[in-house]
Design a binder for this molecule. Sequence first.
Ligand code: NAP
Length: 346
Amino acid sequence: MEALVCRKIGDPTVPISESSPISISTTHPIPELNSPTSIRVRVKATSLNYANYLQILGKYQEKPTLPFIPGSDYSGIVDSVGTQVTKLKVGDRVCSFIGLGSFAQFLVADENDLFLVPDGCDLVTAGALPVAFGTSHVALVHRAQLSPGQVLLVLGAAGGVGLAAVQIGKVCGAVVIAVARGAEKVQSLKSLGVDHVVDLSKGSVTESVKEFLKARKLRGVDVLYDPVGGKLTKECMKLLNWGAHILVIGFASGEVPVIPANIALVKNWTIHGLYWGSYKIHRPGVLEDSMKELLSWLAKGSITIKVSHIYSLSEANLAFSAIKDRKAIGKVIIAFDDSDSVRSKL
Ligand SMILES: NC(=O)c1ccc[n+]([C@@H]2O[C@H](COP(=O)([O-])OP(=O)(O)OC[C@H]3O[C@@H](n4cnc5c(N)ncnc54)[C@H](OP(=O)(O)O)[C@@H]3O)[C@@H](O)[C@H]2O)c1
């Protein structure tokens, strides 16, 4: 089978060659079923997450042993089932996530780890749901318990987790403020019905948000969703209400922000560190319930998975470049099978 293999640490955006850290193997063995409840999935699509990029760069918190097949969330078709599988059958459309290994034509998972993609939902884009929407859903619904009328401020709002957070915020009935850079990203966010969008290329986030809050007679921000970090986090702290929740999601800016404990004390802030993948070990039930709710929202059309770029496996370096160069609006996907017919920019 075809698989993308990371053989050394390095920059995955350089053209795939002898010297690049990633290469395409066409002779990788197809994985065998490994238990009576295991299922082999023929992968249809797998999404790129910022973490996949950081992992190949050697800058992610988890450092797999080399060589490894990267990739975490995916969608596909059930290809074969173990003798005791009861929940799924060959041909079912599924999606899920895995620690490593989704940048490959086949993978094996336990039946309890797979979710049926509802009829009518696109299978390719479903491969981009679990990590981005899962992270934002657990953060906003389970951790911050976002409620109707609260003000949610989303940083990196046109990126993978950001665009998911914005939509989940709207489903929860929050007033959603989104922060992104550039006209195209701003336009995408407006089309999702966001209440206010700050274009970082046009000025200060605090001024823009304060004007909006004043016009709407709102006191401040109740929940800050932060996958960016750095100076932006520091600035946004000036906008937070008494009793606000700060969701620490990631550091796409490359800078870990400092949140002063004295101000958190005085203002009664709750700071949530969130590592979504670790829920699989510590609170698997939360992840399962979250995925089920998200898939039901997807089926009803309450959320949509926006994908700005689709590539084939052999174009993986271009897919990583879209992430690195901040070109992605929503998700970047690698698709299998009919990948020759899908073009890089939708
Ligand atoms: N905690 C968890 O469990 C979890 C789960 C998933 C992701 N994450 C983290 O969340 C962050 C975002 O992930 P993602 O998959 O949404 O990434 P993404 O799609 O690439 O989005 C990142 C966004 O961050 C903004 N950004 C600001 N400074 C940047 C910089 N120097 N380089 C790149 N982007 C920058 C960009 O928006 P503008 O260009 O509009 O400024 C971009 O849209 C990453 O740090 C990732 O590791 C954490």
